[in-house]
Write a protein that binds this ligand. Structure first.
Ligand SMILES: [Zn+2]
Length: 160
């Protein structure tokens, strides 16, 4: 009898050193990939993306492994915005050396564009956008400048 689980694990080999972005909701791995690709200096990094992996916790999940020593905090924040609940770990010598605090933030600064065309942040070149969560679930955010409220998934994430 072959062990199906082992075969699936082999598709994404264990890494000795690097970054693991785990527990990405199935289907959102591609969005995380887009964020990584858009990050300055990261477009050429070696990575693997696993889709629809089995997870005892989530049923189905995506996972990304990166061959790089560290991730900037802002990039981790950005990853957690597009992929709520993802866990980000740094691996050294096959062991977890560091677990990034991966909660969606109560405040989003400079990572999203306001969708209100009249908002001042869309008219001043150097304006840094700022959104504040409207409740403790951090799923809805209010633009500090125009007061308009957006669902997290409706915010247009950008790197500024
Ligand atoms: Zn606004």
């Amino acid at each position: 009898m072959s062990n199906g689980n082992d075969e699936k694990v082999l598709l994404i080999p264990k890494i000795e050193n690097g970054i693991v972005i785990d527990h990405i909701p199935a289907g959102l791995g591609v969005r995380v990939l887009e964020v990584l690709r858009a990050w300055p200096g990261l477009s050429g990094e070696i990575l693997t993306l696993g889709c629809n992996l089995q997870s005892t916790r989530m049923g189905c999940k995506d996972m990304i492994k990166l061959w790089m020593p560290d991730l900037p905090t802002r990039l981790v924040e950005h990853i957690c915005l597009v992929s709520p609940g993802a866990t980000v770990k740094r691996i050294e010598g096959y062991h977890v050396a560091h677990r990034y605090v991966a909660v969606s933030p109560a405040e989003i600064r400079g990572l999203a564009r306001c969708r209100n065309p009249a908002c001042v942040t869309n008219h001043e070149r150097d304006a840094c956008t700022r959104f504040v969560a409207t409740d403790e679930t951090h799923r809805r955010f209010r633009c500090v400048f125009c007061e308009r409220v957006f669902a997290l998934e409706d915010l247009e994430l950008v790197l500024t």
